[in-house]
Design a protein around this ligand. Structure first.
Ligand SMILES: NC(=O)c1ccc[n+]([C@@H]2O[C@H](COP(=O)([O-])OP(=O)(O)OC[C@H]3O[C@@H](n4cnc5c(N)ncnc54)[C@H](OP(=O)(O)O)[C@@H]3O)[C@@H](O)[C@H]2O)c1
Length: 287
């Protein structure tokens, strides 16, 4: 028998995970959002569940409660659920999906006797529709029983559960942010520079995407060092200086980020980081 699962916070992550679990024959119980229309549309997207626009004790009818609200709402939701549930929390499994937070955010529930865990999919749930989860790492920490339940969910989703200590979660989440959100920031910055030179947004995107795709393909196939090209990889500081001068016309964050990324490249990619940083700092300090 698969356990029943309630979803509290039926946004991008809550809907996507619940939909895939439903496809694997899990029973979806309460589906909670803040508004009635959002809860109903979540139930339609999931294909199962009972819509609720407020927390109630009925959420605790499920064996597992998955909290997928924004990070800053998790503690308040946990406190409310503990208050509503009282003794009924005992023995329940309650899991949140935040990357940066650990089970401390669920403390009111663990004090009420629930087994708590955090289970974070290292995947981006932007745009429309659910992203693939096969082979995706899910970082798990928390109470032993709740971790076992989280692993069961991850296996049902086709993901790869990995245990991580609570204190490592913010750094782990920062790593994901570099690889996803900040990657997007870099691409968008390139698009804006080309647009300032007269490219249409569409043309700028089309121009940069093959570069992005090939960089990722080379990284996948050959690793970071072999894939590394550009003036920093060649030790061509004169070109870096030209780039910096050209960015003087853009908002100041452009040149600041360029300089910070050049230094970071020296740190994480150069064969002799200290030597490369010394050379680089000479060029960057000339401004
Ligand atoms: N997005 C990602 O790529 C991603 C990836 C991995 C993990 N996560 C984590 O997953 C969690 C959810 O992120 P998300 O991107 O799915 O957020 P989201 O799309 O903004 O959805 C949040 C959901 O929570 C509901 N909600 C907000 N406050 C609530 C409250 N007090 N009580 C009950 N429901 C509440 C919202 O209701 P309404 O619909 O009515 O507004 C919405 O359905 C976060 O912890 C995030 O860090 C996100």
């Amino acid at each position: 028998m698969t356990p029943t699962i309630a979803i509290v916070g039926a946004g991008r992550v809550g809907r996507a995970l619940a939909r895939k679990l439903r496809e694997k024959d899990w029973t979806i119980a309460a589906v909670v959002a803040r508004s009635e229309s959002s809860a109903r549309s979540a139930v339609r997207a999931i294909g199962a569940g009972r819509p609720q626009h407020q927390l109630s004790r009925r959420v605790l009818d499920a064996d597992i409660i998955l909290i997928a609200t924004p990070d800053d709402a998790i503690r308040a939701v946990a406190a409310k659920l503990a208050e509503l549930g009282g003794q009924e929390c005992r023995g329940k499994i309650i899991i949140h999906t935040s990357g940066a937070l650990d089970t401390a955010a669920l403390e009111p529930l663990s004090l009420a006797g629930a087994a708590t865990a955090s289970m974070h999919p290292l995947q981006t749930f932007g745009g429309r529709g659910a992203p693939p989860l096969e082979g995706v790492v899910f970082v798990i920490q928390g109470h032993r029983r709740a971790q076992a339940a989280a692993r069961k969910i991850v296996h049902a989703l086709g993901g790869l559960p990995i245990a991580l200590r609570a204190s490592a979660k913010p750094a782990y989440h920062a790593a994901g942010n570099f690889a996803s959100a900040y990657l997007l920031t870099m691409i968008r910055t390139g698009v804006q520079i080309l647009m300032s030179l007269g490219f249409s947004r569409r043309r700028a995107k089309m121009a940069l995407l093959p570069l992005v795709d090939q960089t990722l393909a080379n990284f996948k196939r050959f690793g970071a060092h072999a894939a590394w090209t550009g003036p920093m990889a060649r030790g061509d500081y004169a070109t870096i200086s030209r780039h910096m001068r050209s960015l003087a016309a853009s908002p100041r964050e452009f040149a600041e980020a360029y300089a910070a990324l050049a230094r970071l490249s020296a740190r994480v990619l150069a064969a002799r980081p200290e030597h490369t940083l010394q050379q680089l700092n000479r060029v960057l300090s000339k401004g």
